[in-house]
Each structure stands twice: as C-alpha cells, then as structure tokens.
Design a protein around this ligand. Structure first.
Ligand code: HGY
Ligand code: MN
Ligand code: MN
Length: 412
C-alpha cells in the first residue's frame, strides 16, 4: 500500500516552502515567484524518485509520466496544484499532487504494470491569487482560457503576460498545452474537503459527486470625492456608502438560496483619506452554487440591486467578469469505482458535493472526472491553520491508489 510516512514527510517538506517567518501567517506560494520555483524543483525530484518521466507543458503544468502496457489507450491523469492563496495552509492542492506521486511510486515499488499510461500533474496557478484569475494551467490544457487573462495585473502592476515571459514561457503559446477531448480516460484528484461534512460524519474520506462553479467579478463604483467636513450629505455621490448598501444585499440574496454562497474578499478605496469623501471603490465578488440555475438567479438579483443603487446615487458602474466555471457533475462510473475501492479497503465513506473549485472543473470539459476528499480539521482552509491528520492523508492516498487500479481495469 502507499507509504504513509513518506507522504507525510513530503507534505511537511513542501509545506515549508513559502512559509511566512511568522508561522501564524501561514504560507504564500504564488505563481511565477521564487517560492513556487523552489516548490516545483522539489516536486520534480519527488516525481523522478517515483520513476516518472518529467516535463513541463507550454502553460508550466508540471507533468510526470509512467508509460502503460498499452500506450494507445487514453491516459489516466492524476493531479492538483502546488500554488497557494495568500496566507494559506500546507494541504490545499499539495495533498493531491503528493498523493498522486505516492500512487505512482507505490505502483513502481510493487511492480504493477498498468494498461493505461499514468500522468501526474501539478497544474499552474490554480488559485489565481496573484492575478485574480484562476486555474491558468488547467484552463490552457482544456482550451478554456479566460478571454483577457494575459492582461490581468498583480499588485505591482505586472501583467500575467510579462510574468509568463519572465518565467521563460511564451505567452502566445499557452494553447500548445491543449489536450484533445478523449485523450484522457479519467482525471482523478485527491483534495482536502475544506468543509465540515466529513468531520461531522466521523469519516476520513469522501467521494465527490459534483462541484460548485465559481463566478468572479470586479465591481468598480465611481462617484465624486469632496471635503468630508464641508459637503452636506444631501449633495454627496459617495461610492463607498453605495458599496456598503450593495454588499448587504449580496449577503441577503445568497442567504435566501440554500447552496448559494457569495463572498466579497477584496476591497479598495481611492483616494482613501480620513477627511475625503471617496471618489472610487472597487471590490471583488465570488459567487457560487452547485446548481447553475440558482447561481444565475442570484446573479440576476445582485445585478438588479447594483443597478438600482448606482442609479439612485448617480454613480458610474463598471462590472468586469474575471473568472467563470459552471458547476459540474463527477463521472458516475468513476464515482462507482471510487466507492468500490473504499469498500475493498474497508474505508467507510460518503458521497458529497464540493463547494470549493478545483482544476477538475476544467478537466470535466475533455474527460470524465472523479474526486476524493480528505477530512479538514474544523473544516478550515485558505488559512494558516488548515490541517488534515497523517492518518486521513494516508486514507486519501490509498483510496486513490485502489481507485486507479479499478479504473485501469474497467476503462478502455
Ligand atoms: O476558489 C477555490 O475554490 C479554489 O480554492 N481555487
Ligand atoms: Mn484553494
Ligand atoms: Mn485547491
């Protein structure tokens, strides 16, 4: 079976890269940064140790390959990401990549020859933290690139295009990373749950049946700045007051629908003086639901509120779509094979939906997808204290191993 200690040691070693000197601030490992570079080098080493042939595609996806007995078959692909959010934890993405490498290494150590070629992928920039994008690597691999993605800027005003070039990639060749539909027999991803369902049910692992789709916007409101002391309230066109009104409506609208979630995570004010009425505010909106119809309903209601409030207050409005992935269902055959694997391992599990987004959302456009979740302590994630136990990580990796054997046997 997979090696519990080796997996854990690698998780802890990778988890040191990008760690803030103040450990309470977790780790920040953003795309095309020195920290990510060091992490990719470590993953390459792990992949080589696991007997994988390592390459990078045109989008910087790091790919380890293990040729199968029948190279003409579509590949079995395992993957996740090694970039993090700002002040993130050691498990989001990392557990999926390291579990996949551990599966490959165990197949080697047990001399198991799969029919299918196996590919292990660390996708580029799943989180999109630096450029407010998301899943660049899996977007490129599946022909799903966001329109203006290359023009997106980070906090220093560097465009993704410049960062790609600086990192040695050709920004105009991202589409070379594209894979044909049907070239991947199955895409499987282990990921931490980032929620409380497994903990509530006393389970270490879950089998994912569907994934909510994230839709991201940047909302910019422009009014009139002025003197905080000498401008009567009645004469103001204050975009920050408008934003406050809008954000409470966003929360109300999301609360009204059981599985809808809406988050304003970023907010900026210009010019930002204590005694100046703001001229312009800009804030993000992350809207999700596992059901497309419900997400659309919430989006329409939110946009109506924004229009009414900005009209009433005579403000200029700019609403930019940053990122969009529709909710998807996991492949029922892969769900069945993962459940069968859990039974063979006598690992109790449950079916569940993912509120978080994953590269598998993109892969679902060209291949059947399956996901295995590992319990998150207190359901916490995207925070320094994100944690899963060694035992639970072991359960996730061994369930992935058994599922790969089942998929290799079942799929042609
Ligand atoms: O936003 C997400 O759901 C993922 O963590 N990128
Ligand atoms: Mn994440
Ligand atoms: Mn993730």
């Amino acid at each position: 079976m997979v090696n519990k200690e080796r997996l854990w040691d690698q998780l802890m070693e990778l988890g040191k890269i990008g760690e803030n000197t103040d450990k309470k601030k977790g780790l920040t490992r953003l795309v095309f940064t020195p920290e990510e570079d060091i992490a990719k080098k470590l993953i390459k080493e792990y992949m080589v140790d696991a007997g994988l042939t390592v390459m990078e595609d045109a989008a910087g996806n790091l790919i380890g390959k293990r040729i199968g007995k029948n190279p003409d078959l579509p590949v079995i692909m395992l993957g996740s990401h090694i970039d993090t959010v700002f002040r993130g934890g050691k498990f989001d993405g990392a557990l999926g990549v390291l579990s996949a490498i551990e599966v490959a290494r165990t197949l080697n150590e047990r001399d198991v020859a799969l029919d299918h070629t196996l590919e292990v992928v660390a996708f580029t920039d799943e989180e999109g933290a630096r450029f407010s994008t998301g899943m660049l690597g899996s977007q490129a691999m599946t022909g799903n690139l966001d329109e203006d993605i290359l023009e997106r800027k980070d906090e220093q005003g560097i465009t993704l295009k410049e960062a790609l070039a600086d990192a040695g990639y050709d920004p105009d060749k991202l589409t070379d990373a594209e894979r044909a539909k049907g070239s991947i027999a199955a895409y499987l991803e282990v990921h931490i749950e980032q929620g409380k369902v497994l903990e509530k049910n006393g389970l270490s692992v879950g089998v994912v049946t569907g994934i909510a789709g994230p839709r991201w916007f940047r909302i910019t409101l422009r009014g009139e700045s002025g003197h905080a002391g000498s401008t009567p309230m009645i004469l103001r066109k204050d975009p920050l007051a408008a934003a406050a009104e809008i954000i409470t409506h966003i929360e109300d609208i999301a609360r009204k629908q059981k599985n809808t979630v809406a988050t304003v995570g970023q907010f900026s004010v210009e010019p930002g003086g204590i005694n100046i009425i703001p001229e312009e505010v800009s804030f993000s909106l992350d809207l999700r639901d596992e059901d497309l119809e419900n997400r659309n309903l919430a989006e329409t209601a939110i946009k109506e509120k924004i229009a009414a409030i900005t009209d009433k207050r005579e403000l200029d409005l700019n609403l930019q779509l940053l990122h969009n992935l529709d909710p998807v269902k996991c492949d029922p055959v892969l769900v069945k094979l993962a459940i069968e694997a859990s039974k063979k391992l006598e690992l109790p599990t449950t079916k569940m939906v993912s509120g978080a987004g994953h590269d598998s959302l993109n892969l679902s456009g060209i291949a059947p997808i399956g996901m295995i979740f590992v319990r998150s302590q207190k359901g916490l994630s995207h925070r320094p204290d994100e944690w899963s136990t060694q035992e639970d990580c072991f359960d996730g990796a061994r369930l992935l191993y058994q599922t790969v054997l089942n998929v290799d046997r079942e799929l042609r």
